[in-house]
Write a protein that binds this ligand. Structure first.
Ligand SMILES: Cc1cc2nc3c(=O)[nH]c(=O)nc-3n(C[C@H](O)[C@H](O)[C@H](O)COP(=O)(O)O)c2cc1C
Length: 186
């Protein structure tokens, strides 16, 4: 698959790093926003290493890149993590950088767009923007906690969120144990 992975300036940059390392067998196009670069430093994520694990890497201002055009056929795009600002731009068709332009292309071509919005609590504007993006065809996949699979460490939580993205992409993985009812427990 040809997959664009975009990282924006929210907490949780590690999620994109983990996703890219799970997409080794695919043709990946990474776009990093300027604010994501800063937050990666605050969160101790080595984005240079992340960029090396992607097939291609772009900055947000490269609006003349090949993937800025819908003629460059892409199968899916994941914005992970997705800031409320980028969510708003995507929901409203505001193509001010390569991330929002590529997302616009994905939506207009009817391909899979997965948004991993991170913020809490949510403003009404963000809730409305999620609704709009959903109506436009995006999959809204917030990194919400679950406890039923028995997480013990932060790594397990990261793997769970990334596993959910891989589920949405339709890709097999072993990042978390899928729910299976144990017989006779209840
Ligand atoms: C340490 C830090 C953490 C942030 N976390 C979030 C967040 O979780 N969600 C969010 O929507 N914005 C967050 N922001 C604000 C965004 O970085 C800001 O809105 C920025 O304009 C997003 O730009 P981008 O979408 O182009 O990367 C955070 C900012 C800082 C400095």
């Amino acid at each position: 698959m040809k997959i664009i992975v975009a990282i924006t300036g929210t907490s949780g940059v590690i999620l994109a790093d983990r996703l890219l390392s799970s997409l080794n067998d695919h043709d990946t196009y990474l776009i990093v926003s300027d604010m994501a670069e800063r937050i990666a430093r605050y969160e101790g994520v080595d984005l240079d290493r992340t960029k090396k694990s992607a097939g291609h890497s772009y900055r947000e201002n490269e609006l003349d890149a090949d993937i800025a055009s819908s003629s460059h056929s892409i199968d899916a795009m994941v914005v992970i993590p997705c800031s409320m600002k980028t969510l708003s731009a995507i929901a409203n068709g505001f193509c001010n950088n390569l991330i929002t332009r590529a997302a616009e292309n994905i939506l207009k071509m009817g391909k899979k767009l997965i948004l991993v919005p991170r913020d809490t609590p949510l403003s009404l504007a963000s809730i409305e923007n999620m609704r709009k993006a959903k109506i436009s065809g995006a999959i809204i996949l917030p990194p919400n906690m679950a406890y039923y699979y028995g997480p013990r460490a932060l790594d397990d939580v990261t793997n769970f969120f990334v596993g959910k993205v891989l589920d949405a992409l339709g890709l097999e993985h072993n990042l978390y144990k899928k729910w299976k009812r144990a017989s006779g427990n209840f």
